[in-house]
Design a protein around this ligand. Sequence first.
Ligand code: NCD
Ligand code: ZN
Length: 367
Amino acid sequence: MISFSLPYWYDLHAHFRQGTVMADYIQAHINMACAGILAMPNTKPPVSRVTGSAADEYWTIESYLKDLRASGGHVFSDIIVPLYLTQDTTPDMIRAGTQSGYLRAAKYYPPHGTTNSDHGFPLRHFMENGVFSAMEETGVVLCLHGEEHGLTGSDYFDQDTNAEDVFYTRHMPVLVQKFPKLKIVCEHITTRTAVDFVSAQGDNVCATVTPQHLLYTAGHLLQGFKYHLYCLPLVKFNADRAALRDAVTSPTNTRFFAGTDSAPHAVKATACGCAAGCFTGNIAPQLYAQAFEDSGVDLATKNGQTLFQRFLCDNGPRFYGLKVPDKRFTLKKTPSPVHILTTREGTDITPLPLGMGQDTLPWTLER
Ligand code: NCD
Ligand code: ZN
């Protein structure tokens, strides 16, 4: 049986929500051998201030971190909470935030582009109001949801274009030209366009890639309308998935790394649409391993395991300057069942593979 060990890894893009259920989502990340997490700030209200107590209109990084730790996150060796960039974010907030030690990253959301992104503001705003300058100067990482907002119909998603293509063609060249030292993580990239863009940049520009975008295409979403695969950015075409697979499995990969975008939703499909987000808590390393094998990597070999470790465990922590954990876990090529997560509030969260009709994983994780 194939079996190999890896250092504990960091999930550098995930959603833990708020309230009592946070503890269930955090436990799912502990179960999958995470050393630490980057917890996204699209709570209600958003995490849009840095220090002090939470208020009706916002959470602060300080207060949200406290909640994450109190919900079981204290066991992680590190937690990064990016600041949600809103109309109210100022360059001074960035500078003072850096001084406080709480501000390490900030998240750009396309206005109304995804779950809880109503507070997002156009990229141009932050290019012009000094916020990106201050981030470049202080080394605060820009976590970027790269989709053009406000597109409809065939501009939003078509054979030859989509919201991510437009964003990476129209805005990203301008952004990196104006702020050449800004540290950027292109989050959950899904297209060949984004892969090519990131590949052409220097060490200050990286990308996260989710399990779903490595495993599936739009065809998987549409065949039987598997709404548990509905997330944003949408899964794309085979050529896009191939570009992502090449990027993450390349022997020269130093800048593509794991960020699951695990995003629990108790209710996915409603009468007037579908909540965006796939839940991959508990099982992401197993899914990534499955994706590497689907990409042609032989995980029975030392070489294959090294490529996998770079993507899952090495590249992300190096970029963020996180401690490399001493603790290790094991992946074994033996089937394991996938379970629904029933939260302490009694809600059921369906993990992605179950939503795709797959109730067994080819890999088992032991820690
Ligand atoms: C995320 C969520 O549910 O919070 N949904 C998603 O489809 N990825 C938000 C996000 O990261 O866009
Ligand atoms: Zn996300």
